[in-house]
Design a protein around this ligand. Structure first.
Ligand code: PMV
Length: 335
């Protein structure tokens, strides 16, 4: 018996960090996936191998122990925690294929967790319930990271463009973001747990200053939802051919909200010199808006640049890695 599942990574458009304090957020699934293949094991321990990541580990599920043979343990912790939640402990052979970098703010841990839990349920011939899968995956992230919002795991499970409400309801948004997003990622890895903690500490030191910052991010996200629900991009496209003459047009509303959100992420203390430079390069190359995406402290930026994709890609690729972020309607898939 072999079971295969995959789940997409994501990019956060609005609301990272504030979402951990109960504010809404908007994220989009991207066409970079994590794929997990589960087979019955031949060895004493469950083995995890990933040629893409250069990782090999043995997992002793009875003693909750991870023996790393090659590579780093980071992503293995999510697989181990998923196994403890959804498997009986018998030996398995697990293969992980990754199309996205780890620690780049693209939700690699959520994608791996969702794919692992889905592949395990399928392996055990259990029917997959999407909403309970998203909840289980969120619990795995909390166990591994200490604190996590349900945003990444929700987007990886459901796919598409998602508004996560204050009450953690997953509300799909129907907006056209095709050919408008570029992600630039730095070589510096971000550590989500550490960044979440540092924002909490800053908030505790300056509650009267930081609470309004966090609330403003929430307001930005609600405003962005309205724009996206009115299918801003289609409206933009109508104007685009006739009026758009280059980067001097100014920011669209959506782009402007991204730029304000970036400033507030800086105020939260998660910006770095490298991220800042990428944001400014993207704007200079014609992006209407650009901001950190994900936890920051390293990781990635996202630029909204309809009509300027190639210009922004070229500008970012001169010094850093950048990809066009194609939108994925598909969430988790059993293959
Ligand atoms: O860096 P990422 O892609 O794991 O995103 C983290 C987003 C935060 O809001 C900072 C944390 C969370 O759990 O939502």
């Amino acid at each position: 018996m072999e079971s295969t599942a995959s789940a997409p990574g994501k990019a956060i458009l609005f609301g990272e960090h504030a979402v951990v304090f109960g504010q809404p957020a908007i994220a989009v699934a991207v066409d970079k996936r994590a794929q997990i293949i589960v087979r019955k094991g031949k060895e004493k321990y469950t083995t995890v191998r990933s040629a893409d990541l250069g990782v090999h580990a043995d997992l002793d599920l009875f003693n909750n122990n991870c023996i790393i043979k090659k590579g780093k343990s980071g992503i293995i912790n999510y697989i181990l925690e998923s196994l403890l939640m959804a498997h009986d402990g018998s030996s398995l052979d697990i293969e992980l294929k990754m199309e996205m970098p780890i620690g780049a703010g693209l939700g690699s841990s959520a994608a791996v967790t969702v794919a692992t839990l889905a592949a395990l349920d399928n392996f055990h011939e259990k029917e997959i319930n999407i909403s309970s899968l998203a909840k289980k995956a969120h619990n795995v992230e909390i166990k591994v990271q200490g604190a996590a919002s349900p945003l990444d795991t929700a987007v990886s499970t459901y796919g598409g463009l998602v508004y996560l409400s204050e009450k953690s309801e997953v509300i799909p948004l129907d907006a056209d973001l095709e050919n408008s997003l570029v992600i630039g990622y730095t070589s510096q890895r971000g550590n989500t747990g550490k960044m979440v903690e540092s924002v909490h500490l800053r908030r505790d030191r300056h509650p009267e200053i930081m609470d309004p910052v966090i609330e403003s991010v929430g307001k930005i996200t609600r405003e962005a939802r309205k724009i996206l629900s009115n299918n801003h991009h289609n409206n933009f496209k109508l104007n685009h051919d006739t009026e758009y003459t280059g980067s001097n047009l100014g920011e669209s509303n959506l782009g402007e909200l991204m730029n304000i959100n970036h400033g507030l992420l800086d105020a939260m203390g998660v910006n770095t010199l490298e991220l800042s430079q990428m944001v400014y390069k993207a704007r200079q190359a014609g992006a209407q808006g650009a901001k950190i995406t994900g936890a920051g402290g390293g990781g990635s930026i996202i630029a909204y640049c309809p009509g300027k994709i190639l210009e922004v890609l070229n500008a970012l690729q001169q010094s850093e890695n950048a990809i066009k972020a194609d939108f994925s309607k598909e969430g988790v898939i059993i293959q």
